[in-house]
Design a protein around this ligand. Structure first.
Ligand code: DX5
Ligand code: ZN
Length: 230
C-alpha cells in the first residue's frame, strides 16, 4: 500500500503561500490539498483559480483541488487551466453528478466525489468508472482545525470494501482520501480503516517554529512513521 500525505494549505501562511507550498513538499509531502470555499455551499470563503495558478510554479507535486462550491461546473475548466491535477466536489452541490465527473476528466484532471459526514456512500455506486478518488470527510466542511468525527472510520471501511470490489472486477484502482482532524496520533487507525491518502492541515502547518525552513520535516516524518507501523 502506498500512502500519500496531502497538507491542506488552508492552514498555511497565506502571505507567503508559494514558499509554504515549496517547503511542505521539500519536507516530504506528496500532494498539495487546495480547499475552495464559496460562502454559499459552506460558510467560509477561501481561494480560487488565480491562487492555484499563482502557486503552480512552486511545485511539480499534484495539486488536489477540493471544491466546496455550488454550482460546481462553471469553475471546473478554470481550475484545470490554473494547473489543478485532481478535482473533487460534493455530489449535493452538482445537479448532474455524472456530467460533472465527465467534465473534470475532459478538462484533463482526475475526478473525485466528496462525502460529508451525513452523505451516504451510494452516490458513488453508478459512477465508479468515472471516479479516480473518493474523499471521505471526517469533519463538516468549512474550517480547518476541527476534531476528527469517529464515525468516519466505519465509513472508510465501507468505502474501502466498495473500492476493492470494484478493483477486482475492473482492474482499476480508486484512491481513498480522508479529510479533517488527521493527526500523528490517529493517522495509523485511519489507515487501518482503509484510507490511502491523508489530508492534514493544522497538524502540518501548525508545526514547528516560523523561522525554521525545515519545520515541516519532523511532523511529516512523524505522520509517515505512524503509517509505517500499519
Ligand atoms: C475542511 C477542509 C479541510 C481542512 C482540514 O473543510 O476540507 O481540508 O483544511 O484541516 P485540518 O487538518 O486542520 O482538520
Ligand atoms: Zn479539504
Amino acid at each position: 500500500m502506498t500512502f500519500r500525505i496531502a497538507p491542506s494549505i488552508l492552514s498555511a501562511d497565506f502571505a507567503k503561500l508559494g514558499e509554504e507550498v515549496a517547503n511542505v513538499i521539500a519536507s516530504g509531502a506528496d500532494w498539495i490539498h487546495f480547499d475552495v470555499m464559496d460562502n454559499h455551499y459552506v460558510p467560509n470563503l477561501t481561494i480560487g483559480p488565480l491562487v492555484c495558478e499563482a502557486i503552480r510554479p512552486y511545485t511539480t507535486a499534484p495539486i488536489d483541488v477540493h471544491l466546496m462550491v455550488k454550482p460546481v461546473d462553471r469553475i471546473v475548466p478554470d481550475f484545470a487551466k490554473a494547473g489543478a491535477n485532481v478535482i473533487t466536489f460534493h455530489p449535493e452541490a452538482s445537479e448532474h453528478v455524472d456530467r460533472t465527473l465527465g467534465l473534470i476528466r475532459d478538462s484533463g484532471c482526475q475526478a473525485g466525489l466528496v462525502f460529508n459526514p451525513a452523505t451516504p456512500l451510494n452516490w458513488m455506486d453508478h459512477v465508479m468508472d468515472k471516479l479516480d478518488v473518493v474523499l471521505v470527510m471526517s469533519v463538516n466542511p468549512g474550517f480547518g482545525g476541527q476534531s476528527f468525527i469517529p464515525g468516519a472510520l466505519d465509513k472508510l471501511r465501507e468505502a474501502r470494501a466498495k473500492i476493492d470490489a470494484y478493483a477486482e472486477r475492473s482492474g482499476r484502482k480508486i484512491l481513498l482520501e480522508i479529510d479533517g482532524g488527521v493527526k500523528v496520533g490517529n493517522i495509523a487507525e485511519i489507515a487501518r480503516a482503509g484510507a490511502d491518502t491523508f489530508v492534514a492541515g493544522s497538524a502540518v502547518f501548525g508545526a514547528g517554529k516560523d523561522s525554521d525552513p525545515q519545520r515541516y520535516n519532523s511532523v511529516i516524518g512523524d505522520l509517515r512513521g505512524a503509517l509505517a507501523g500499519v
